[in-house]
Design a protein around this ligand. Structure first.
Ligand code: ADP
Ligand code: ZN
Length: 212
């Protein structure tokens, strides 16, 4: 089964993905995480991607596609895409790539959340510097302030979760990613879920959808 998660930044794709990969045995493919890893490793790709990411713009399609194909290699089944595709061009490339491998997309899940809610969530999002676990300083803080419950490493605020960059990312989503809803709506595998609920409720709803 190959699944795509769609939604605003801050709609809960990453949190949901981490739950689903455990329960369904899928491979989590977060282009954002992969890009941050390339930046941490100071690869040429990471260097090229940095300015786009810190300013809240999308990394060029060509870079993202090359990176993805290199990372996934021959593995094209059982993938859970989180943060990809983000443009119609990426969606078309994914379709072509899957077709060449005899693979297809089995479900597209759109996490629907109001804009003001995502803005608020992104502003209070904290990310573990060790294991990447996502917290919310207000609605789901760690037991000990700024310390990860799982690995005890400090939490941080991502560079692109600063207020000015959040505004840009929301606009980029509307301009470049929202058209994907129309692209996938007619595909026959499109589902919508209320992303405004607490994480456990969202996971339960989406798991039930995928098991059908
Ligand atoms: P969020 O979903 O909260 O915005 P991500 O980690 O998915 O967080 O993405 C962070 C940034 O990484 C994006 O703002 C963008 O610059 C870059 N990025 C991630 N995925 C893609 C993609 N598929 N295409 C282009 N840029 C991407
Ligand atoms: Zn951690």
């Amino acid at each position: 089964m190959n699944v795509i998660l769609l939604g605003y930044p801050g709609s809960g794709k990453g949190t949901l993905a981490k739950d689903l990969v455990q329960s369904l045995g899928l491979v989590h493919v977060s282009t954002g995480d992969i890009l941050r890893d390339e930046i941490a490793k100071k690869t040429p790709l990471g260097t090229e991607a940095t300015s786009y990411m810190t300013s809240g713009r999308l990394v060029p399609d060509r870079l993202v596609m090359d990176m993805l194909k290199a990372r996934l290699g021959t593995e094209t089944r059982g993938l859970l895409f989180d943060g990809f595709p983000r443009t119609v061009e990426q969606a078309e490339s994914l379709d072509a790539w899957f077709e060449s491998k005899g693979q297809s997309i089995d479900a597209v899940i759109f996490l629907k959340v109001e804009e003001d809610v995502v803005v608020q969530r992104l502003g209070s999002r904290r990310t573990c510097t060790g294991c990447g676990k996502i917290y919310n300083a207000i609605s789901s803080p760690p037991a000990k302030e700024n310390v990860c419950d799982v690995c005890a490493k400090p939490l941080m605020t991502r560079e692109d979760d600063k207020p000015a960059v959040i505004v840009r990312r929301i606009q980029v989503y509307k301009d470049q990613t929202e058209p994907l809803l129309a692209y996938y709506r007619s595909s026959g595998v499109f589902h919508e879920a209320d992303g405004g609920q607490p994480p456990a409720a969202v996971t339960e709803k989406v798991s039930a959808l995928l098991k059908k």
